[in-house]
Design a binder for this molecule. Structure first.
Ligand code: ADP
Ligand code: MG
Length: 437
């Protein structure tokens, strides 16, 4: 029998008006159907709009376009079927544990006695029996988050929304809490029908969810929606588990993904590079460090193991991976990363040679750098006002991003000893150019 649709998002877009001037599209055409019984993980880079999406689902903010329906009815305003757990716990310090949980029942028409009984039962369920009169500051982070989960569960929501609910906790505490939540869920100890967990932890998603929805960024669209078919409880060391983690990693790093390419009528990746593409903010120094670490691992490595080994968040890690592969220093395939010959040469080279290799790669792979050089070259004094370049980028990226991109590319150009920039005159010039040449 087909499972009932509990939540349905159709063509949801969200535009923010930042500082009242530029309109920024954060979410674009998100379609998402959630059925009863599903545990969904939403993955995406930091700042891609995951929290915004949850706030729209809960009705805290309206979408700019599109509709949200809960049990077949369009939602205007607060969604009655959801409750949210936040990363930051969001407890009131002046209220006791019990009083914090009671807040979850604020809107319910029940006697205070009933509310208290239900709250006590929930506290018991989340492992806080005996702590009802404690204040948040007396609790550890893990226990505070148990209060946060209790407050969400006490209203018996059909849909539990969790916004990076485990990411502020230490590894073991997070692990325990994930386990305890899954246990409540599998044993049907909570009437919750679906859980939507926003996370940037790929392992967390594969451990907990039945489906992973991967968002792209700038603006966020659904890049990939895959079901995770591994029996419970899941063994993180099993090959099935590892292969899902690998796959998701590769969907999150690869850009553009093959399906998107197909949709764009078989454009070759090479052609896409000719449009200016925002480059992740990585300094030459950070890139060098990353490649030097890679050279020591010597061979093809799982990206997620590498991130783990360096104890890096994917937020810090992905830009390095992306830039290294964009510049041809690494090959990234199916969740593995490997140094190319160029990458190896670069890592082992002394500084001056590094600069020259970097120069070759940015000229080859970053069309905007090439464009800047040819523009500067065509001027007799080999100089150009920075605004000129900024304008080119503004038409593609908007003000804020254009400025960032230009700063970044100028820093790259300087490192490569290709261009110079003088802050006081706001002039970009070709490096080493003698006016009398
Ligand atoms: P994530 O949860 O994926 O890290 P968010 O949903 O918090 O991302 O934010 C996505 C983008 O939307 C960010 O660039 C953020 O600055 C912007 N944003 C979020 N809320 C607002 C708001 N109320 N007004 C303007 N911009 C916002
Ligand atoms: Mg967020």
């Amino acid at each position: 029998m087909d499972k009932k649709t509990i939540l349905d998002l159709k063509n949801v877009s969200k535009t923010f008006n930042i500082k009242g001037s530029t309109e920024t599209v954060i979410l674009e055409n998100i379609n998402l159907t959630v059925k009863e019984g599903e545990f969904i993980a939403i993955l995406g880079p930091s700042g891609s709009g995951k929290s915004t999406l949850l706030r729209i689902i809960s009705g805290l903010i309206p979408p700019s376009k599109g509709t949200i329906s809960y049990l077949g009815k369009d939602i205007q305003g607060i969604n009655p079927g959801v409750a949210m757990v936040f990363q930051s716990f969001a407890l009131f310090p002046w209220l006791t544990v019990l009083e914090n949980v009671l807040l979850g029942l604020e809107k319910k028409e029940m006697s205070i006695q009933e509310k208290k009984e239900r709250s006590m039962a929930v506290l018991d369920m989340v492992g806080l029996d005996g702590f009802e009169n404690a204040y948040p500051k007396e609790l550890s982070g893990g226990m505070r988050q148990r209060v946060g989960i209790g407050r969400a569960l006490v209203s018996e929501p059909d849909i539990l929304l969790m916004d990076e609910a485990f990411s502020a906790l230490d590894v073991l505490t997070a692990e325990n809490l994930r386990h305890d939540l899954l246990e409540l869920w599998f044993a049907n100890k909570i009437p919750t029908k679906s859980i939507i967990l926003v996370t940037h932890g790929i392992e967390e998603a594969v451990y907990m969810a039945d489906r992973a929805v991967i968002l792209s960024s700038g603006p966020a669209t659904v890049r990939k929606d895959i079901s995770i078919d591994i029996p419970r409880w899941r063994d993180k060391k099993s090959s099935a588990f590892i292969s899902y983690v690998d796959r998701i990693y590769s969907f999150m790093t690869k850009k553009p993904v093959p399906e998107e390419l197909e949709k764009k009528q078989q454009v070759q990746p090479q052609q896409l590079l000719h449009k200016h593409k925002a480059v992740p903010p990585v300094s030459p120094g950070a890139l060098t460090g990353f490649l030097e670490l890679l050279v020591e691992t010597n061979k093809k490595t799982d990206l997620y193991k590498l991130a783990d080994r360096f104890m890096m968040d994917i937020e810090n890690f992905f830009p390095l991976v992306e830039v290294s592969s964009l510049l041809g220093f690494t090959n990234v395939t199916e969740g593995d990363i490997e140094l190319t010959d160029k990458g190896r040469e670069f890592s082992l080279a002394p500084l001056l040679e590094k600069k020259m290799l970097f120069r070759e790669q940015i000229l080859e792979h970053i069309p905007f750098i090439k464009q800047m050089i040819s523009i500067l070259n065509s001027k007799s004094n080999k100089r150009m006002n920075i605004e000129f370049f900024e304008e080119i980028l503004i038409t593609e990226f908007g003000d804020a991003v254009a400025k960032e991109q230009l700063d970044l590319l100028i820093a790259w150009g300087r490192y490569a000893e290709l261009i110079e920039y003088d802050d006081s005159t706001e002039l970009v010039s070709l490096e080493n150019f003698q006016a009398n040449e």
